[in-house]
Design a binder for this molecule. Structure first.
Ligand SMILES: Cc1cc2nc3c(=O)[nH]c(=O)nc-3n(C[C@H](O)[C@H](O)[C@H](O)COP(=O)(O)O)c2cc1C
Length: 201
């Protein structure tokens, strides 16, 4: 279709994202996999916060969180979310919009098990997004769950992943004099192939 070449080349937007992320891993100061995850609440008021993108699957993106957090209730209420990944060092962004489902079972267990023991216990201790009386109360909660779950904690039932299956992905790269390059990839329900369109900057 279009004049999509160079850094935009390829037929698979997930592969393209992996490629850009691999480049960013060499150039970003920290957290090249940080994404700003946007949701809407029951009133349609948008909300946004950073999370870490942990898996790029063949047709989806996965991050992990607490199922009792604000973001979880907003995701589950709408069934949809969007995120943006921006790399200052590369001057590029990737925007994603789509439907969201949980990642539980063996896949979430495996990711949970790959985390440090302190992070695994932290997931048990934190009632994410709920009020907390003091830092000391959190430290006490960590001690309590450490005594209870020991050195091999199971994944908490209230903690796991979300899979964003995109209907739309946009790749953006900075161009001279604000003449940026943008390509939108769209896949309508039932469609097998992605449609790509170059957009005005
Ligand atoms: C760089 C960065 C990465 C983060 N990664 C995660 C993450 O992977 N999962 C998560 O639950 N929170 C993560 N957080 C914390 C969230 O931004 C947020 O504070 C928390 O999840 C509560 O959000 P909520 O109240 O909207 O649910 C991260 C924050 C930053 C700044």
């Amino acid at each position: 279709m279009s004049d999509r070449d160079g850094i935009f080349k390829g037929d698979d937007p997930f592969e393209l994202t992996r490629r850009w992320l691999a480049e960013a891993e060499k150039t970003e100061v920290n957290d090249p996999n940080a994404i700003a995850m946007a949701t809407v609440d029951a009133d349609g008021l948008p909300n946004v916060r950073m999370v870490l993108l942990k898996e790029i699957e063949d047709d989806a993106f996965v991050f992990y969180t607490n199922y009792e957090s604000v973001k979880a209730s907003e995701i589950e209420g709408a069934g949809k979310a969007a995120f943006v990944m921006h790399w200052k060092s590369l001057r590029r962004q990737v925007r994603v919009r789509g439907t969201v489902t949980r990642v539980e079972g063996p896949q979430a267990d495996a990711y949970y098990a790959s985390r440090s023991l302190k992070s695994r216990l932290g997931a048990w201790a934190s009632h994410q997004s709920q009020p907390l009386a003091s830092r000391a109360a959190l430290v006490a909660e960590v001690a309590k769950v450490t005594a209870r779950h020991g050195t091999d904690p199971k994944r908490p039932p209230f903690w796991g992943g979300y899979r964003i299956r995109p209907s739309e992905i946009e790749f953006w790269a900075d161009g001279a004099f604000r003449l940026h390059d943008r390509f939108r990839w769209i896949k309508k329900p039932g469609q097998r192939e992605w449609e790509t369109t170059r957009l005005n900057p």
